[in-house]
Ligand binder design. Structure first.
Ligand code: UD1
Length: 394
């Protein structure tokens, strides 16, 4: 069986790492019957957003890099499709495996289906119901086209059933991100927080000298266009962070390129980087982020992956969004997060309440560190049951 899998942006790397390890394990035990080709679309290209994750998580270098880079959504989607079509015609895999909901996930599943190649979607069935999110469109298109829909939780399986997807295509396998978390937890645990700060301080940022991290710290990440691209949303949020959050606790912010660009455009970058109790880091590695998460008193984020990690680690989390495609991470489902949107009054109220909460780890069903092995077993089973193969180019 020949499998071609795709990564494009940072959140894909921690999902593909255990998948590749599970293929290696299967091949070792079964005489190498799965051939795997890894394609990177190149949507994320900075060392800190991409390469660093390959080395930290032991992902082999991509066999093919499409080098798509930045651009409008249309440019990213279109250029990926054009380049990926050639790859598929050249390699003719049995399966294209896509993960998550980034632009690469959509582009590559569309082209695979146009060439009549089977698509397997890892992390299928997540729905925010918010069509203004590019990721929601990516999820809907990918799930509509996929032959094998592998869900991380039962709520996602129910979403697919409610949309009329045939139950035979849906398999609840668990959360592959948690495979990576469990495989790397002890490495992260042993990292020194002060060293992480010193080694990753963003260029030009104030070096705080002494890091009172033992007194506790809050952690923030922001990258969604709905939070950072709009001045009317972003400016009040920054004011709240600088005047209230950072007054209470040291605030650590590993900054996404999109957020940094916006701070510079709005003239807020100097204020942020010189704030006496804010520590601005460049994008940090997987283990470093996990370490900061393990030690944080509270996290504020608009990242989907962090919500899931907070759930398992129990870190009290404010999700800076009005909706989530990952409801299983919310407190009402036993998780550690609460939705606060981008209204400052609401954020403030929940922030002070959340500061009083203890860590409360929870483990949704099948978030057990063995999802990738279940996925490989399923693909092998599907392959044994199937006799159709290859692109037809019509
Ligand atoms: C993308 C994904 C999002 C994911 C996020 C994680 C889509 C639609 N969005 O959003 O789902 O949660 O990645 O990071 O696929 N940039 C750099 N260096 C890089 C990569 C990007 O400077 O290595 C800059 C780009 O020039 C661009 C901005 O960051 O201006 C945003 O990058 P882009 O890939 O368009 O989307 P993300 O916001 O990162």
């Amino acid at each position: 069986m020949k499998i071609l899998s795709i990564v494009g942006a940072r959140p894909n790397f921690m999902k593909i790492a255990p998948f590749i390890k599970a293929i290696e394990k299967y091949n070792n035990e079964n005489g190498g019957s799965i051939q795997h080709i890894l394609v990177h679309t190149g949507q994320h290209y900075d060392i800190r957003m991409s390469e660093a994750f390959f080395s930290a998580l032991g992902i082999p270098d991509p066999d093919i890099n499409l080098e798509i880079g930045s651009g409008s959504h249309a440019e990213q989607l279109g250029y990926t499709m054009i380049a990926f079509e050639k790859v598929l015609i050249n390699h003719n895999p049995d399966w294209v495996v896509v993960v998550g909901d980034v632009n690469a996930t959509l582009s590559c599943s569309v082209i695979a289906k146009r060439l009549n190649i089977k698509v397997c979607h890892i992390e299928a069935g997540l729905r925010s119901g918010d069509m203004s999110m590019p990721e929601e469109v990516n999820r809907l298109v990918t799930d509509t086209l996929s032959d094998l829909l592998l869900t991380p939780d039962i709520l996602s399986s129910k979403n697919l059933i409610n949309e009329g997807v045939s139950a035979t295509k849906i398999h609840f396998v668990g959360n592959i991100m948690i495979d990576t978390l469990e495989a790397n937890r002890s490495i992260a645990q042993n990292l020194n927080i002060e060293k992480i700060i010193k080694e990753n301080l963003a260029k030009g940022c104030r070096n705080p000298g002494i890091f009172p991290v033992d007194k506790g710290y809050s952690l923030i990440t922001l990258h969604r266009p709905s939070n950072v691209d709009s001045e009317t949303t972003f400016v009040p949020l920054i004011n709240f962070l600088t005047s209230e959050v950072a007054k209470n606790l040291l605030l650590i912010w590993p900054i996404h390129p999109r957020a940094k660009k916006q701070l510079i455009i709005l003239g807020l970058w100097d204020q942020i980087k010189n704030h006496p109790s804010m520590i601005i880091l460049d994008p940090i590695g997987y283990h470093e982020m996990l370490r900061l998460n393990i030690g944080a008193k509270i996290i504020m984020t608009d990242s989907g992956g962090l919500q899931e990690e907070c759930c398992v680690l129990g870190t009290p989390c404010l999700t800076l969004r009005w909706n989530t495609e990952r409801p299983i991470t919310l407190r009402e489902h036993g998780g550690a997060s609460v939705l606060v949107g981008n209204n400052i009054e609401r954020i403030r109220k929940e922030y002070y309440h959340t500061l009083t909460l203890e860590r409360s780890p929870s483990r949704p069903e099948l978030w057990d560190g063995h999802t990738a092995e279940r996925i490989i077993q399923l693909l092998v089973m599907q392959d044994n049951n199937s006799s159709t193969k290859g692109p037809t180019n019509n």
